[in-house]
Design a protein around this ligand. Structure first.
Ligand code: 5GP
Length: 194
């Protein structure tokens, strides 16, 4: 299963997916490639594959990505090989692209499960981005503008999780994963009869 946790920057995708992976160590995590510079503490190959724009463009032209997106002046992409290999070996995968990426993943993998994670309000989203101190005021207002546009796509998602607290959101996301794993339609997929 492909579990896609998406939603606006600042909604808390990173912390929530980290916690889910702690609960579910067998869940494979799809590390994206990006041309953004690493933030303090971010490691190449763990948080992202940090690559140059020419390298990103070369990989893209070779078909290395399932989807790519320019976001706040940087490129992001989901590597195809890892996802295909993990699915072929029967592992569930979690990833956390922005909204257009999630919609593109759904087009490529119609059985993907899309979860929209959002902060309780736009004000709370703004406060979280400010508290995080990873972007300046211009980058924050750009991210908020993108967030407004992203919210228009909620209808394309299977689930909505409002992140009012990490613990509560984790219970909900974990419930989604567990319920999805129990779906009889997934047994049919595994048996190739879907
Ligand atoms: P950040 O720079 O804060 O790590 O990420 C910026 C945005 O890019 C976030 O909303 C994040 O979810 C999204 N993102 C990260 N990796 C990918 C990816 O591979 N594809 C797409 N479409 N978005 C991504």
């Amino acid at each position: 299963m492909l579990l896609v946790v998406s939603g606006p920057s600042g909604a808390g995708k990173d912390s929530l997916v980290d916690e889910l992976r702690r609960l579910e160590p067998d869940l494979a995590y799809s590390v994206s490639a990006t041309t953004r510079t690493p933030r303090p503490g971010e490691r190449d190959g763990v948080h992202y594959f940090f690559i140059s724009r020419p390298e990103f463009e070369r990989m893209d032209s070779e078909g290395a990505f399932i989807e790519t997106r320019e976001y706040a002046n940087n490129l992001y992409g989901t590597p195809k090989r890892f996802v295909e290999d993990a699915l072929a070996s029967g592992r569930d995968i979690v990833m956390k692209p922005e909204v257009n990426g999630a919609l593109a993943i759904k087009r490529a993998f119609p059985h993907a499960v899309l979860v929209f994670l959002t902060a309780p309000s736009e004000q709370e989203l703004a406060e979280r981005l400010e508290r995080r101190r990873t972007e300046g005021p211009d980058a924050i207002s750009k991210r908020l503008e993108i967030a407004r546009e992203e919210a228009r796509h909620i209808g394309a998602y299977e689930y909505l999780v409002v992140n009012d607290s990490l613990a509560a959101a984790l219970v909900k996301l974990h419930a989604v994963l567990r319920a999805e794993r129990l779906k009889t339609s997934r047994l049919h997929e595994k048996n190739g009869s879907d």
